[in-house]
Design a protein around this ligand. Structure first.
Ligand code: MD3
Ligand code: FE
Length: 203
């Protein structure tokens, strides 16, 4: 079932549940090629979320800043291709939310361990902000926060669970958002982690 979260944002609850085992298998294959890595922000902080990517472009950060790159700055290799299942799921969820021509060229994989969090931020490193972002949550549940267009705006909390998909587009594309520190637990399919896949049109 689906429900609007905000103008342009739709949550498709459990939409990826039937694909979850296959998605996690692909996550493991990608990580075997380009391991999850705690990247260092331009400010010198080690991110508590570990990241890798698949697709033509991947989001990375280092002392120079944030960018989409064809190369993994950790390993110096190209990213693994985006699995067909990933692309099909992202494209069909975007279409269900009203974005008919979504063609992602980047998929960021985030891995949360207990205590890992993502502080409030905006996603604006993509060239065409009219393109939505599709996010798929797997494993342990997390509390997602979304706010307004300024960091100090009030936030709302939503629990994101295994198999939930959210499509962020339109006016919601530039809302501040974050993830509260992950509570420890063991998920039957994902173990002690939460994984989040975000599909983007970067260039
Ligand atoms: C709202 N990831 O990778 S996914 C990120 O669960 C990120 O790992 C979170 O924020 C995670 O940048 C949240 C949901 C999400 C993704 C992109 C958005 C929400 C968004 C872009 C604009 C507004
Ligand atoms: Fe984000």
């Amino acid at each position: 079932w689906s429900e609007p979260l905000a103008d342009g944002a739709v949550i498709l609850r459990r939409r990826a549940l039937s694909d979850a085992d296959a998605l996690l298998e692909q996550v493991a294959k990608i990580a075997a090629q380009n391991p999850f890595h705690h990247r260092i922000t331009p400010g010198g902080h080690r991110m508590s979320v570990a990241m890798t990517n698949c697709g033509d472009l991947g989001w990375t950060t280092d002392s120079r800043g944030y960018q989409y790159s064809e190369q993994d700055n950790a390993g110096g290799t190209r990213w693994p291709p985006m699995p067909t299942l990933f692309r099909q799921l992202a494209v069909s969820c975007a279409a269900e939310a009203g974005f008919a021509n979504f063609n992602p060229d980047a998929c960021l994989l985030n891995r949360y361990e207990p205590g890992a969090k993502l502080t409030l931020h905006q996603d604006k490193d993509e060239r065409d902000l009219r393109q939505p972002i599709v996010s798929v949550s797997l494993g342990l549940p997390a509390v997602f926060q979304f706010g307004g267009f300024e960091r100090s705006d009030a936030t709302t909390r939503v629990l994101l669970e295994h198999g939930d998909v959210v499509v962020w587009g339109g006016p919601s594309r530039l809302r501040y958002h974050g993830i509260l520190p992950l509570k420890p637990g063991i998920h039957p399919q994902a173990g002690a982690f939460r994984f989040n896949l975000t599909f983007r049109r970067a260039h």
